[in-house]
Ligand binder design. Structure first.
Ligand code: BGC
Length: 485
C-alpha cells in the first residue's frame, strides 16, 4: 500500500535481530497514564475545533484564489477546464510519480459505447537513493521504466499510424502549472529531496530523459494525482466535484467557477469552470498539535512546511505514534526498564503497522504484541498492548476527523458561491490513497466528522466514495481530451 513511504535518510533496521537495549533513565517517576490522558486532551477534536478548521480552510482557499502567495494554500490552477466526455478513443499512456512507487499504465479507450476497452499497468518501487539523488537519475529511472513497459504493448492495444504515443503525466508534488502540459516544481514533499528539479519544468525533465532513452512519446497532460482522480471519477459520475488523496501525502482538488478566482484576472475558460488543486497539505491554521508533532516537524527535511499533511497523512501517523511510545518508555517505563534502540529509530513504526495493531481484536492482542516485538524490539503484556492501541486510536482519530473537517471546508466554500448547488443536491467526493483505502478506523472517523459538521440531513447529500486507482485512468483520459492530434 502506498502509505509505506519513509522519510528517510534513516536506515532501516535489519529485521529479526534485536539491537542492544539501553536503560531507562527516569529523572522523576512519571507513570504512563497521565501521558496518555494529556495526549488525548491535546489531540481532541470536538465540534468547535472541527468547525474552526473547516472555516479556516474555506477562508484560506479564498485568500489563495485572490493572489498567488495569499495563503498557506497555493490553490494551483490545473488548466483542466473541461472533463473527459466519454467520446475519447484510442491508445493512451499514464505515468504516475507521487510516492515510493511509480506506475505506468496504458489504456485503450473505445468512445461512448465501449468506454475503457482494456488497461494494463506496472508498478515499480523507487529505490531510496533516488529520492535523494539528482534530477537526471530520477527521471532516467522513470523513462527507462516507461520504455520497458511500452515495448510490451500488444494484444488489444493499437496506435493508429502517424501518431505518437501520448502520455498523461501524474506528478504528485506542488507544481505551478504553466499550461496543461507544462509546470514548474515548487518544492518536493513526502521525504523527496532530489536536487536540480525545483524551479524546473518537470515535463521538460521527463522529455530530456525520454530523449536519452531514445523513447519517442509525447506528454499531452501534466496533472496532480488529485486532478487525475477527479477526472477519472467524473468519467463515470457527473456529480463528482471534489477529489481527495490520503496516502503517503495528502491533497484535495475541486471544481471551481472561474469568475470567483480573482488571480485569473479575467482569463475565463469557455466552460466557466476549472479544477483547482488546493495543496491543502500546507494548511496549518488552528490545528490541535502536540510536542510530538512539533519535534517530528523540527527533525523533518521540510520543517515548518506541510503541517496538515504531517498531522493527517500516512507518511507520518506511524512516526507520531512511535514518538509517543518512546516518551512513555523513557519517562514511564512502558516497556520495562529498557528502551530498545529500534524504538528510538525515526520512522521505524510505519502507518501500516499501527493499522495492523488497530485491527487486532484477539483476547490477548497477539498481533499488537508481535508487531511491537518485531518492529520496535520491545516485549509487552496485555495492559501495555491496550495502551499502545489507545495511542494509535488517538492519533488516527485526530487525523481522520481533521481530514473530514478539511473536506467540509472545501464544500462550504463551494456552497457559499453556488447556493444549494452543493448541499442541496447529490455531491460526490472521490477519495483515493492507501491510508483511506486500508485503514477502516480512519475512514470511519473522517465520515463521522463530516456528519457531525453538516448534520444528518445535509450530510446525506454528500457521498464520500472510494475511487480506486482512478488517477491513472484519469490522467490518460486527460491526455486523450488534450490530445495533440
Ligand atoms: C503533494 C501533493 C499531492 C499529495 C498526495 C502532497 O505531498 O504536495 O501534490 O497531491 O501529496 O499525493
Amino acid at each position: 500500500m502506498s502509505v509505506s513511504a519513509v522519510g528517510s535518510f534513516w536506515l532501516s533496521p535489519s529485521p529479526g535481530k534485536l539491537p542492544r537495549p539501553r536503560m531507562v533513565v527516569r529523572s522523576s517517576a512519571v507513570s504512563v497514564a497521565p501521558i496518555l490522558t494529556h495526549l488525548q486532551k491535546q489531540c481532541a477534536t470536538p465540534l468547535p475545533v472541527l468547525r474552526h478548521v473547516a472555516d479556516a480552510m474555506a477562508a484560506d482557499m479564498r485568500a489563495g484564489l485572490a493572489v498567488d502567495g495569499g495563503s498557506d494554500l497555493k490553490m494551483i490552477l490545473s488548466y483542466v477546464d473541461t472533463f473527459p466526455t466519454g467520446n475519447e478513443k484510442g491508445l493512451f499512456y499514464a505515468l504516475d510519480l507521487g510516492g515510493t512507487n511509480f506506475r505506468v499504465l496504458r489504456v485503450q479507450l473505445g468512445g461512448k459505447d465501449e468506454r475503457v476497452i482494456a488497461t494494463e499497468f506496472e508498478q515499480v518501487t523507487i529505490p531510496q537513493e533516488l529520492m535523494f539523488g539528482t534530477s537526471e537519475e530520477l527521471f532516467d529511472f522513470i523513462a527507462c521504466g516507461l520504455a520497458n513497459f511500452a515495448k510490451k504493448e500488444g494484444g488489444k492495444f493499437h496506435l493508429p499510424s502517424g501518431r505518437k504515443r501520448e502520455i498523461g503525466f501524474t506528478f504528485s508534488f506542488p507544481v505551478k502549472q504553466t499550461s496543461i502540459d507544462s509546470g514548474i516544481l515548487m518544492k518536493w514533499t513526502k521525504g523527496f529531496a532530489v536536487s536540480g528539479t525545483a524551479g524546473r519544468d518537470v515535463v521538460a525533465c521527463l522529455n530530456e530523459a525520454m530523449e536519452r532513452q531514445g523513447l519517442d512519446m509525447q506528454v499531452s497532460a501534466l496533472v496532480n494525482d488529485t486532478v487525475g482522480t477527479l477526472a477519472g471519477a467524473r468519467y463515470w459520475d457527473d456529480d463528482v466535484m471534489v477529489a481527495v488523496i490520503l496516502g503517503t501525502g495528502t491533497n484535495a482538488c475541486y471544481v471551481e467557477r472561474t469568475d470567483v478566482i480573482p488571480k485569473l484576472q479575467g482569463q475565463m475558460s469557455s466552460s466557466g469552470r476549472t479544477i483547482i488543486s488546493t495543496e491543502w497539505g500546507a494548511f496549518s491554521n488552528g490545528l490541535p498539535l502536540t510536542e510530538f508533532d512539533r519535534d517530528m516537524d523540527a527533525a523533518s527535511i521540510n520543517p515548518g512546511e506541510q503541517i496538515f499533511e504531517k498531522t493527517i497523512s500516512g507518511m507520518y501517523l506511524g512516526e507520531i505514534v512511535r514518538r509517543v511510545l518512546l516518551k512513555m518508555a523513557e519517562a514511564g517505563a512502558l516497556f520495562g526498564e529498557y528502551v530498545s534502540e529500534r524504538l528510538s529509530t525515526p520512522f521505524i513504526l510505519r502507518t501500516p503497522d499501527i493499522c495492523a495493531m488497530h485491527q487486532d481484536n484477539s483476547d490477548h492482542l497477539d498481533a499488537v504484541g508481535a508487531i511491537l516485538y518485531d518492529v520496535a524490539g520491545v516485549k509487552s503484556d496485555l495492559s501495555v498492548r491496550k495502551t499502545v492501541v489507545e495511542v494509535c486510536d488517538t492519533i488516527v482519530k485526530r487525523g481522520g476527523r481533521l481530514a473530514g473537517a478539511g473536506i467540509v471546508g472545501i464544500l462550504q466554500k463551494m456552497e457559499e458561491d453556488s447556493k444549494d448547488l452543493i448541499f442541496g443536491k447529490r455531491t460526490v467526493v472521490a477519495m483515493d490513497g492507501g491510508l483511506y483505502e486500508n485503514y477502516p478506523q480512519y475512514r470511519r472517523y473522517l465520515k463521522e466528522a463530516v456528519t457531525e459538521l453538516l448534520g444528518l440531513e445535509m450530510s446525506k447529500n454528500v457521498v464520500i466514495e472510494h475511487s480506486k486507482d482512478g488517477s491513472g485512468i484519469g490522467a490518460a483520459l486527460l491526455a486523450a481530451s488534450n490530445s495533440k492530434y
